[in-house]
Design a binder for this molecule. Structure first.
Ligand code: ZN
Length: 419
């Protein structure tokens, strides 16, 4: 069931997405349209209690030994034409000018190169100096986060750095830095990097269905997000004589850092998409539509909303990439991970996630991505474009990339139409 509502030209309706009610804002068609949400039958839940989570050891190896990229392990056999003709990953460290770009593409780099990429974004804001951070300690932390990402098709080290980079671009290129304190900028960047640490490759709902240890530990609430938060904070709760990236902070700053860190990472849980959209609609209607800026740097609640908004937007920003080839690369990665989850669901006899099922043809993958763009990414980035007008290019990129998928769909359906 969907329920239309119209408030000051913003049309929204409720749907079920990932098993949760979310608000979808009609953007493209201007009318309610059906999406393939996950209408799971809870009664079908399997009673078996398994835990698919492969926990990596929290290694504290400070050396940047060359870790051979496993990234080429996941070419999508369903969409072979989407793979980019690259012989290998580049090992050249990009400049900050290259990093500070909506078109920056983490996927073309060797994994180890992304460590200095992270450091450059922190250096840009002079965070080492401002918060008394030892460079070796920060390097140790970044490498540790890297080594606690599995070699998954999507939820991997590239996604971690890509999310951090999009946050960086929101702060710099879209001007969000004007509404945040230095400490909040520090949290957002570290939060983007660490938000999916030790992600196992299946979503929260899967872990609830199988009753995994991780689901039980977090009582079925934002399971992976809470795990990443806890994993990271544990690094900072070691004995007082152990240096870590928060060692140089005052007690008040450390307390605020941890609070903000928890809040913003929890907003990478897709189930809060609707609630966050509603809050953005509210400030657009109350402030932006009346000529005021969406965020006031002097109001703490505004700065919290900004952090939540930037983390969520950056986490789902792949369809908004400036290069359609890069957007397609991310799409085939998530489709591969979805197929693997469906395989596990069938193997365990639990309810198969509707929108992940049947991605066995290029047409199905294209349709899935068009649906994601039209009903989740574009409506959200249209709101983000209103609260941060200098990010409107992302909305335009999604529209252009969606057209690219629609063109591809036509070619698949009507091969003779290919030019
Ligand atoms: Zn993520």
């Amino acid at each position: 069931m969907s329920n239309s509502q119209n408030r000051n030209n913003i049309v929204a309706h409720q749907e079920i997405w990932c098993g949760k009610e979310v608000v979808l804002i009609d953007a493209v068609h201007g009318e309610d349209s059906k999406i393939h949400g996950n209408r799971e039958n809870e009664s079908n839940m399997n009673e078996e209690k398994f835990d698919d989570v492969r926990i990596l050891e929290q290694k504290r190896d400070t050396s940047q030994t060359v870790k051979e990229s496993q990234d080429f392990m996941y070419p999508c056999t369903v969409c072979p034409t989407w793979l980019r003709p690259i012989d290998g990953k580049t090992t050249v460290i990009p400049s900050i000018q290259e990093i500070k770009s909506w078109d920056f593409d983490v996927l073309i780099y060797n994994e180890e190169v992304l460590v200095p990429v992270c450091e450059k974004m922190l250096e840009y804001y002079d965070l080492y100096q401002k918060f008394n951070i030892d460079k070796v300690v920060m390097n140790d932390f970044i490498v540790n986060v890297w080594k606690n990402h599995e070699s998954l098709p999507y939820h991997n080290w590239y996604h971690a750095v890509g999310t951090m980079n999009t946050i960086f671009n929101f702060l710099t290129l879209a001007g969000a830095e004007a509404y945040a304190t230095d400490l909040e900028i520090f949290v957002m960047l570290i939060g983007g990097l660490a938000h999916d640490t030790q992600h196992p490759g299946q979503n929260n709902e899967y872990h609830i269905k199988i009753g995994s240890e991780r689901a039980k530990r977090f009582q079925d609430i934002s399971i992976h997000e809470n795990h990443s938060i806890n994993w990271t904070i544990e690094l900072w709760e070691r004995p007082i004589d152990h240096d870590h990236i928060l060692s140089g902070l005052t007690a008040d700053d450390r307390s605020y850092f941890l609070d903000y860190f928890r809040r913003v990472i929890l907003y990478t849980d897709p189930s809060v998409h609707g609630e966050l959209s509603k809050r953005l609609i509210q400030i657009i209607n109350e402030k932006v539509n009346n000529g005021a800026e969406a965020f006031d740097r002097n109001i703490k609640e505004d700065r919290i909303l900004l952090g939540e908004c930037l983390l969520h937007a950056s986490d789902i920003s792949n369809p908004a990439h400036g290069d359609f080839e890069t957007a397609k690369d991310w799409c085939q990665r998530i489709a591969t991970e979805f197929r693997e989850q469906v395989f596990l669901e069938k193997q365990r006899g639990v309810t198969v996630t509707g929108y992940m099922d049947g991605l066995d043809t290029e047409l199905a993958v294209v349709k899935m991505q068009i649906g994601f763009c039209n009903f989740m990414a574009l409506p959200f980035f249209q709101l983000v474009g209103k609260v941060l007008p200098r990010s409107k290019v992302l909305e335009e990129n999604i529209i252009r990339n969606t057209k690219g998928y629609e063109e591809r769909m036509k070619v698949i359906l009507f091969p003779s139409s290919e030019k």
